[in-house]
Design a protein around this ligand. Sequence first.
Ligand SMILES: *[C@@H]1O[C@H](CO)[C@@H](O)[C@H](O)[C@H]1NC(C)=O
Ligand SMILES: *[C@@H]1O[C@H](CO)[C@@H](O)[C@H](O)[C@H]1NC(C)=O
Ligand SMILES: *[C@@H]1O[C@H](CO)[C@@H](O)[C@H](O)[C@H]1NC(C)=O
Ligand SMILES: *[C@@H]1O[C@H](CO)[C@@H](O)[C@H](O)[C@H]1NC(C)=O
Ligand SMILES: *[C@@H]1O[C@H](CO)[C@@H](O)[C@H](O)[C@H]1NC(C)=O
Length: 372
Amino acid sequence: MAPSMSTIYTLFLLFSLAYSEESSRPFNKIYAFGDSFTDTGNTQNAEGPSGFGHVSNSPYGTTFFNHSTNRYSDGRLVIDFVTESLSMPYLPPYRHWRRTKGNDAFGVNFAVAGSTAINHQFFVRNNLTLDITPQSIQTQMLWFNRYLDRQGCEGVDSKCKDFDDTLFWFGEIGVNDYAYTLGSSISKDTIRKLAISSVTGALQTLLEKGAKYMVVQSFPPTGCLPLAMYLSPEDDRDDIGCVKTANDESNNHNLVLQSRLQELRKQYPHAVIVYADYMNAYRTVMQNPSKYGFKEMFKVCCGSGDPPYNFSVFATCGTPNATACTDPTQYINWDGVHLTEAMYKVVSDMFLQGNFTQPPFDFLLENKERNG
Ligand SMILES: *[C@@H]1O[C@H](CO)[C@@H](O)[C@H](O)[C@H]1NC(C)=O
Ligand SMILES: *[C@@H]1O[C@H](CO)[C@@H](O)[C@H](O)[C@H]1NC(C)=O
Ligand SMILES: *[C@@H]1O[C@H](CO)[C@@H](O)[C@H](O)[C@H]1NC(C)=O
Ligand SMILES: *[C@@H]1O[C@H](CO)[C@@H](O)[C@H](O)[C@H]1NC(C)=O
Ligand SMILES: *[C@@H]1O[C@H](CO)[C@@H](O)[C@H](O)[C@H]1NC(C)=O
């Protein structure tokens, strides 16, 4: 029986809708890696970074996700705004995507809170395993390979090993490595070398697999986090009022990371490798917070304790005695370490639209468009 005109018309409509949706979406998939700044639910309450309360509890997720989140914020993270801007759904966490009813059709997030860049065995050997998450970049790469294998991606010619339409998002990773070795005999130089070699090793693995589009976030100014402010002597401050030694350390880390990325660009000229300058994006906000709607640069929104930081390690966000402010959009920091949704939004706009990606994110998109 011949299909009626209306059936044909409906099919045509469906086809053009599907087509137009696809053409407005530059990537088919995003794979993300990183730590708690990028984790959309791989962490579980008991396994998250020590010192914080339960992420699945109020007040985490109070602004977005109706408190039902496993994110270290009041709402969306940079990676969530990235997927939104690329017309894609929020990335499900690798470990729990079935339970969270996530849809992995558009990619998966392997970032896990507390993760280090350096292999966990390094911390074990140095007796630095007190309460720390056993996951590292190596774990995330292992999960990624397992994920591909489970998709039936075995074999070199496999269709799922084609990453022409995939964006790889590397969130900040390595801040935990410095934090876990604080006060130990291991030097910052050692941590920097090992952490960066671990990150570039992972990037190289992805590039060898055929990754073509990659964004790598730098360290934020770790000296601006209330936890760092709270723990440091008051005379250890820089031009923006943050902990100078910590920010210098993050700057050094970023300089080396940038030079490694430059080497990778030479080695893999067909790939677009974007550096997302978290440091200068954050600094720009600190220099003019009211321009971005912020009133509080150093106080946490969620926690307890007195000014100047309203932060206490004894009752952190998510624990019974902590409370949350009424308007998180006025705060840069959420819980002493992690940022508010408002700040993540500002930073992601700076990455996606502004000057804080090198080469600019637009260049990556244009390149993608040219290559189809
Ligand atoms: C939160 O709940 C409201 C009301 O049920 C709903 O409209 C909204 O979509 C939910 N938001 C998320 C992110 O789940
Ligand atoms: C770790 O602890 C064990 C047992 O206390 C000790 O024998 C070893 O020397 C320590 N290793 C380091 C690197 O401190
Ligand atoms: C900070 O904490 C004090 C009491 O410890 C409270 O009165 C004040 O409202 C808090 N400030 C902010 C901005 O959250
Ligand atoms: C919460 O505060 C009360 C009253 O100050 C105190 O007795 C209790 O020990 C605190 N609980 C925690 C978990 O810190
Ligand atoms: C971008 O950078 C240029 C030169 O560094 C500067 O003049 C301009 O104000 C920046 N724009 C934004 C939106 O930050």
